[in-house]
Design a protein. Structure first.
Length: 159
């Protein structure tokens, strides 16, 4: 596997769940937990997945003094391109890949790719299974307790 040109990726949605990433991307490696300042987690795009029918997909929106916690992963360039397909960057209502600067709890900075919804459709509720995966990944990586409590308090679809 060619790891030349390794790329960093900041995951904040269901890709927090390491087993999901490992199943899809052979090169994935955990780097650190991190946060993106002045943004909050929101659900601004209707999910295209049948198993999450009616649910909304994760996004980050500007919100002064808030943080979105997540995980920095290292990926081979070929796996980053596969991730683009997962995040439907080719569709006008998909995600846009952008570089951001995130910070570890110790203040280390990482320049990493992440995804933002291109065309925000509102602010909806996530499917319970989707939220369970986000929460499971957050717990798996020992994200801060306050953030895990925030995720636990997030309303989900009533199915």
């Amino acid at each position: 596997m060619d790891l030349q040109g390794i790329q960093l990726y900041f995951a904040y949605g269901s890709n927090l769940f390491f087993e999901q990433m490992r199943k899809k991307y052979a090169s994935v490696a955990f780097v650190n937990i991190a946060y993106y300042p002045n943004f909050t987690l929101a659900f601004t795009r209707k999910s295209r997945l049948k198993k999450r029918k009616g649910g909304w997909a994760a996004d980050m929106i500007f919100s002064p003094n808030d943080h979105v916690w997540g995980v920095v992963y290292a990926l081979a360039p070929s796996d980053l391109l596969l991730l683009d397909w997962q995040e439907v960057v080719h569709l006008k209502d998909g995600y846009l890949r952008q570089k951001i600067v995130v910070f570890s709890p110790r203040g280390e900075q990482y320049v990493a790719w992440t995804y933002f919804v291109k065309m925000k459709q509102g602010n909806g509720l996530p499917h319970p299974l989707y939220m369970k995966k986000i929460l499971g990944g957050a717990e798996q990586h020992n994200l801060p307790t306050a953030y895990i409590n925030f995720l636990k308090s997030t309303r989900v679809l009533d199915i």
